[in-house]
Design a protein around this ligand. Structure first.
Ligand code: 2P0
Length: 321
């Protein structure tokens, strides 16, 4: 058997964050999350299952990498297909190298689609979302385009993403402010577990996020950009509060992240509809309209450098290429 399939998946940025697992092995989260898939950043992955191979190999941007997570993921795919065959995986991340946005979301969504197709499984999008989730939680959402909700569920069968609005036709997009980090960041997997284990605010994070999700879906249905931005910004800061309140504490903010958040608040004071969100790294993403993007870029370029501002509009779900 030799079978080769290539797939593309785009990364996503959560407006309601996923931060913490009830089941770390199956990747079942404590709360539902909701994201926007972005056109600008994506991963292309080719998987070749070949019964002449004697081990799995993984190449990222043409460099051979030993990655136990990828092998573990391929084991899950082999188990589902009941086939014992090794694979060559070749991935290319289409994100600016210094962006720090290279995301496990696009990586595992592309791998789930390419690997399942190459081994001969014909999965529905829901099954693909469940499979991608086993690689990385946020990857469950990148199977779909546009606005997507990951329903936490309780087990492997009922924890998957569903599209809220696959084809986003109203005026919402993001600007990523690239911020250099000189320090080694705590990866999101161990960061979220440390918040779960030690933050006294973790329970309140989960509880208040349930209401945030209801409010967010209402704001989306009304295409109310300001409301979407307000809820997303507040939700992100509550997530980060569980890192600051962990013991020992940690943070993804650096001085430039705080400078960027202040700049967004100042733009808001001057009447621009823009809000920020942050993930497990120092970059700040602005939620704004396409219409006001040129003005925002103009104001932020002198502060952060035009090259460090990347515009990202809503993007599509995972596809075979
Ligand atoms: C999110 N993040 O909702 C949140 C917000 C980062 C901050 O999902 O352990 O790489 O592989 O399931 O998906 C990043 O965490 O974690 C993430 P795993 P993942 O986008």
């Amino acid at each position: 058997m030799k079978n080769k399939v290539s797939a593309r998946a785009h990364t996503n940025i959560a407006l309601i964050k996923y931060w913490g697992k009830q089941d770390p092995d199956l990747i079942i989260p404590y709360n539902n999350s909701l994201s926007l898939t972005l056109e600008h950043f994506y991963t292309d992955t080719t998987v070749t299952f070949d019964d002449t191979l004697s081990e799995d190999t993984f190449f990222l941007n043409d460099q051979r990498i030993n990655d136990k997570k990828v092998v573990h993921f391929l084991d899950i795919v082999r188990d589902k297909a009941q086939k014992n065959v090794f694979a060559k995986v070749e991935s290319t991340n289409h994100v600016p190298t210094s962006a720090g946005l290279a995301s496990s979301a696009s990586a595992y969504a592309a791998l789930a689609l390419a690997a399942s197709s190459a081994i001969g499984l014909q999965l529905t999008k829901r099954e693909l979302s469940r499979l991608a989730r086993r690689g990385s939680g946020s990857a469950s959402r990148s199977i779909f385009g546009g606005l997507v909700e990951w329903e936490k569920g309780h087990n492997d069968e009922d924890s998957f993403a569903v599209p809220i609005e696959e084809n986003v036709t109203w005026d919402i997009q993001m600007i990523a402010i690239m911020i250099n980090s000189h320090e080694k960041e705590i990866d999101s997997r161990s960061g979220m577990q440390h918040s779960v284990d030690t933050s006294p605010f973790y329970h309140d994070w989960v509880k208040t996020t349930e209401q945030d999700l209801i409010d967010m879906k209402d704001a989306i249905s009304k295409r109310d950009l300001a409301k979407v931005g307000q809820i997303a910004e507040n939700n992100a800061m509550k997530m980060h509060a569980t890192t600051l309140s962990a013991n020992p504490s940690f943070t993804y903010f650096n001085p430039d992240s705080i400078r960027a958040m202040d700049a967004v608040k100042n733009l808001r004071k001057s009447g621009i509809t823009c809000y920020f969100t942050m993930d497990a790294g120092p970059n700040v993403k602005i939620i704004c309209s396409k219409a006001e993007t040129p003005y925002i870029l103009n104001k932020l370029s002198p502060l952060f450098g035009a090259d460090n501002l990347l515009v990202a509009k809503p993007g599509p779900g995972a596809t075979i290429i």
